[in-house]
Write a protein that binds this ligand. Sequence first.
Ligand SMILES: Nc1nc2c(ncn2[C@@H]2O[C@H](COP(=O)(O)OP(=O)(O)OP(=O)(O)O)[C@@H](O)[C@H]2O)c(=O)[nH]1
Ligand SMILES: [Mg+2]
Length: 453
Amino acid sequence: MAKKEGNRSGTRHIGATDSTPARRDAKTPQHLLKVKTHATAKERETAVLVSVPPRRQSDLQTTEYLDELAFLIETAGAEATKRFVQKLEKPDIRSYVGEGKLAEIKAWVQHEKSSMVVFDDDLSPSQLRNLEAELKVKIVDRSLLILDIFALRAKSATARTQVELAQYQYLLPRLTGLWTHLDKQRGGVGMKGPGETEIETDRRVVRDRIAFLKEKLEDLDKQAHTQRKTRTNTIRVALVGYTNVGKSTIMNLLGKAEVFAENKLFATVDATTRKVVLDNHVPFLLSDTVGFIRKLPTKLIESFKSTLDEIREADLLMHVVDISHPAFEEHMEVVNETLREIGASDKPSILVFNKIDQYQAEETQPAPALALAGADEDDDFPVDFAEPAARPPLAELEASYMARLHDPVVFISAQQKENIDALRELLGRKVAELYHARYPYAHPGESWATPSE
Ligand SMILES: Nc1nc2c(ncn2[C@@H]2O[C@H](COP(=O)(O)OP(=O)(O)OP(=O)(O)O)[C@@H](O)[C@H]2O)c(=O)[nH]1
Ligand SMILES: [Mg+2]
């Protein structure tokens, strides 16, 4: 088994910029992470999407989920060219989809020479193995796809270490399954699969690397903690929300920061913190963080502990929602659920409905994008265009949210700079309230002379 990888152009090496001397990883197992969803060749890779929705899930929802998966694929640098949907009570334990559907997928993949098949769930190691043996192309599940995007985006030492750790944690139980397909990627001809001894050796190497990365993260955490301790007498605000809702755009607007904002999922993987001084208000620290997404694997959340500490340690959350997205209410639920999971759901928060410039009131939803994107229109998934979902006029929506929620609400367009004064006013007021409640005898701004800021 070739253990060394050359630094071929166009190939990304996770952790390659990691300058920390490896203590125990004389044989760095990074070649094991080379299952990539993004294009490494000149030609753009093509992906077939597969989803097994429960019977009770509406067709509209299925379409939205597949749209999101296609967006993830696009963010990773490939193109979704076909969708297969099979409604089942639950995914097949052996091959995720049923036998008939699998044969259909196989025929398509072979005929169209697709580069990979992407599943909108996490696959068990045995499902992964079986699918790989049957379809003979790259098999990508939701975790692997998200991890790959995170790896593309992560810049800081902490974020990179977190991603690498999550990748190896993902890899460990799947090591045997992934071998065959790694061989294939390397050309395969004449390459024999590794024997059990080699797999065992690699398992040990990966375990060592995991231990090493955990130690490294602990060190980085300590440094970050010490740095945060110097920010005394300061209210901390964290931007939270679903991915691609406009958090970084708001950060740039308020914090005069230059944070990468883009119409791609997970543009931000590193946490960034800026001091913000709004006119006549108490200064505060604002952090931009990684966006949330549905079905974010718990393991992945755990390995992003350091980034999520910014949220956990915040005094106030600004929950940003993209109101122009058809599924914005479900997105809010996902965010609230994730906040609960990381133990940050009881914090005071402000709800910021963004992208009002793009919001379109209408009586019914537009026809699902399914037909446009080459969906598999077989009997398993009759396309249903008549699903009504009212989108009331903005003023109505605003009034109903204001009345319904305990948290303060503001409707803005960060891009068009609409209603930003209202946002500043609300934020300034909330921060001042928190500040005076917490430090009744302090004078705002007096701690800002500390050298670390
Ligand atoms: N139409 C419209 N687009 C916006 C608005 N605010 C942000 N955007 C766009 O939405 C996209 C995502 O914005 P970001 O600020 O990167 O979103 P984010 O929440 O930081 O995204 P992640 O870091 O990927 O989680 C970008 O293309 C922005 O230009 C808005 O008010 N209206
Ligand atoms: Mg961002």
